[in-house]
Write a protein of this length. Structure first.
Length: 210
């Protein structure tokens, strides 16, 4: 069973994906972390971020079992990841690794930007989780403040819009809903409501495949 979850930054797809994986006993992969892990490996080795051959080679060595969300969430790693994520050689290597992960038994939940369209186009369940840019920026702002950090809502809002433009406008694997994806707009939906909606979709797919 493969569950593909796509959507823009801060829409809640990661939280939903982890909740689903826990509920069904499936493996979970935040595919965005695979790009961050590649970027961190390049930074740690003092290697350039603008050499596609080197970056592609590093992407093939990424250990999907050793992804540390806390470490990989650092801002400078995210900035480095955005530079290498547009490289076709990096994307090919990581998509191959993500597809292998998707075959794990008894099932896998993958979240990212191109799971339902590129990585696992034949997934039995595809969800596209979104929310307005204003809501997503507010969530990110509150997340930072609750963790004891300082944040500027205006700057976060502009960053969210920039990331949307970059993700949706790139030529290789742009962010867009798969044609057969279920749309979940969480702008005015709690994570519990989103989970229950997703659960009903997944349960229906499981009964069809039984």
């Amino acid at each position: 069973m493969i569950i593909a979850i796509d959507g823009p930054a801060a829409a809640g797809k990661g939280t939903l994906a982890r909740r689903i994986a826990e509920a069904y006993g499936y493996h979970h992969l935040d595919t965005g972390l695979t790009y961050r892990a590649t970027a961190k490996a390049l930074l740690d080795a003092g290697l350039p971020l603008d050499d596609e051959t080197i970056a592609g080679g590093m992407a093939r060595k990424v250990d999907l079992a050793g992804l540390d969300r806390t470490v990989l969430s650092l801002h400078e790693i995210g900035e480095a990841a955005s530079k290498i994520a547009v490289m076709p050689a990096v994307r090919r290597a990581l998509v191959d690794a993500q597809r292998r992960f998707a075959q794990k038994k008894p099932g896998a939940v993958l979240d990212g930007r191109d799971i339902g369209t590129v990585v696992c186009p034949d997934a039995p369940v595809k969800l596209y989780v979104t929310a307005s840019a204003e809501v997503r920026a507010k969530r990110r702002y509150e997340e930072i403040v609750e963790a004891g950090g300082r944040a500027d809502y205006g700057a976060i809002f502009e960053d969210v819009k920039r990331r949307d433009e970059r993700d949706m406008g790139r030529t290789d694997s742009p962010l867009k809903p798969a044609e057969d994806a279920y749309l979940l707009d969480t702008s005015e939906m709690s994570i519990e409501a989103a989970f229950q909606t997703a659960k009903s979709i997944i349960d229906a797919a499981l009964s069809r495949n039984a």
